[in-house]
Design a binder for this molecule. Structure first.
Ligand SMILES: [Zn+2]
Length: 173
């Protein structure tokens, strides 16, 4: 399947290792996302998976997607949740969401795309998740939000199609 593979034991082991480091940082009351942006080593590098970036936000394909095309919209500065963000960042996020959804519909035939943001962990760094639902998917509704994670298979051709579409649409704003 495009952009998605079921995790093997080695993939699961690597993911679990990351979780340990994450817990360590969280216990110290440090935001793991801010830490990772500065020093790395908590989350896998997302540089190769970026589909859009500007000075306020960065959007990339999730390394451990629940469905193909699972995308993270990360606000660069630290805000714990939506209530803290200034209007200009809110606008930025709301501008890019429909563009990414359209890109996913065109490039990987997503039928619908779900949106969520969660605020768990001692320190939460505001981010949004876009989870596509594909045609004939049996898992629908809220069950999609907890569907077992796979691993991203980075298809450069699909990635460049997504990036191209997003850049074209952003230029029109
Ligand atoms: Zn943070």
């Amino acid at each position: 399947m495009m952009l998605f593979k079921i995790m093997d034991e080695e993939n699961k082991r690597i993911k679990e290792e990351g979780r340990e480091k994450l817990k360590e940082i969280q216990e110290k009351n440090i935001c793991p996302t801010c830490y990772n942006m500065k020093y790395g080593g908590i989350y896998p590098s997302f540089k190769e998976r970026i589909i859009y970036e500007n000075d306020k936000i960065v959007c990339f394909l999730e390394q451990y997607p629940r469905n193909p095309g699972h995308t993270i919209i990360l606000v660069k500065n630290h805000y714990e949740d939506i209530s803290e963000i200034p209007d200009d960042i809110g606008k930025e996020v709301m501008n890019i969401i429909p563009i990414i959804i359209k890109a996913l519909k065109r490039t990987i035939n997503a039928e619908k795309v779900y949106l969520c943001t969660m605020c768990d962990g001692k320190r939460n760094h505001l981010h949004f998740q876009l989870i596509p639902r594909l045609k004939n998917d049996e898992i629908i509704g809220s069950k999609l939000f907890v569907k077992e994670r796979g691993i991203l298979v980075l298809d450069k051709e699909i990635l460049s199609k997504i990036i191209k579409y997003i850049n074209e649409e952003v230029r029109k704003i």
